[in-house]
Design a binder for this molecule. Structure first.
Ligand SMILES: Nc1ncnc2c1ncn2[C@@H]1O[C@H](COP(=O)(O)OP(=O)(O)O)[C@@H](O)[C@H]1O
Ligand SMILES: [Mg+2]
Length: 235
């Protein structure tokens, strides 16, 4: 589904990603864990086309998408829930959701179906359609951000630290939704600093530190890994 091969990326002269390789299989949920400043957001920015890598390749469904424009990449079936969520606070839930489908022709044609899909997943959004997003709780806004990404019928959903700032019960709720989304056949790349909760969603994970992948294993093995226990789980 997604394959990143030997990616190098920089901001001006400052190199941030070093020979980074990572893959997400069809229907698979994969984690990318690492501390602040490790390069996680830079990596998704390279995938979605906000940042052009210096070298290396990004393949999506065997198609080379390296250096393509974001709107073209979204059309191919990749959606991102960005770290800066970029919802429109003065617009209603409905308007924000529509915006998620508007730039993707095949999704625009299936807008009603898309609404049904996100209402099944997040029933509360149906009741709140006319509410301005800026007046909702942090947890509800996060649900809107995920729902908006789903409005484009993505094959791959990437989430950049979706748990930040949410209380633990809301994180559990949100992550159980991610499992439902995966069960519907959407591949997931979950970026998290909350490794403990994140490992419950994904089957496999990578650890990125200082722009390099330092560890790659199944969730079970990562949970029992000494470095993970010490550095990320506080054990
Ligand atoms: N727009 C930018 N310009 C210059 N440096 C940046 C920019 N964005 C991020 N960086 C730097 O790149 C490194 C990786 O950042 P980032 O990908 O945001 O890490 P993470 O998402 O893992 O916290 C950090 O050292 C950060 O300071
Ligand atoms: Mg980040």
């Amino acid at each position: 589904m997604l394959r990143i091969d030997g990616l190098n990326a920089a901001y001006g002269r400052i190199k941030v990603l070093w020979d980074l390789s990572l893959s997400v299989g069809s229907g698979e949920a994969v984690g990318l864990f690492g501390p602040n400043g490790a390069g996680k957001t830079t990596l998704v920015n390279c995938v979605i086309g906000f940042l052009k890598p210096i070298s290396g390749k990004v393949l999506f469904q065997d198609k080379d998408i390296t250096g393509m424009e974001p709107h073209e990449i979204v059309k191919l079936g990749i959606a991102l829930v960005p770290q800066e969520r970029e919802l429109f606070p003065n617009m209603t839930v409905e308007e924000n959701l529509r915006a998620g489908a508007n730039y993707v022709p095949h999704a625009r044609e299936r807008m009603l179906e898309a609404f049904d899909l996100v209402f099944t997943l997040f029933p509360i959004l149906k009741e709140r359609l006319k509410q301005k997003v800026g007046t909702m709780s942090g947890g509800q806004q996060r649900m809107v951000a995920v729902a908006r990404a789903l409005m484009s019928f993505p094959k791959l959903l990437m989430l950049d630290e979706p748990s930040v700032g949410l209380q633990p019960s809301i994180v559990s709720e949100l992550f159980s939704k991610l499992r439902e989304i995966k069960n519907q056949g959407v591949s997931i790349l979950l970026i998290e600093q909350n490794v403990k909760q994140g490992l419950k969603v994904v089957e496999r994970g990578y650890v990125i530190e200082n722009g390099r992948i330092v560890l790659e294993d199944s969730s079970t093995n990562l949970m029992n890994n000494e470095h993970i226990k010490k550095a990320y789980l506080g054990l």
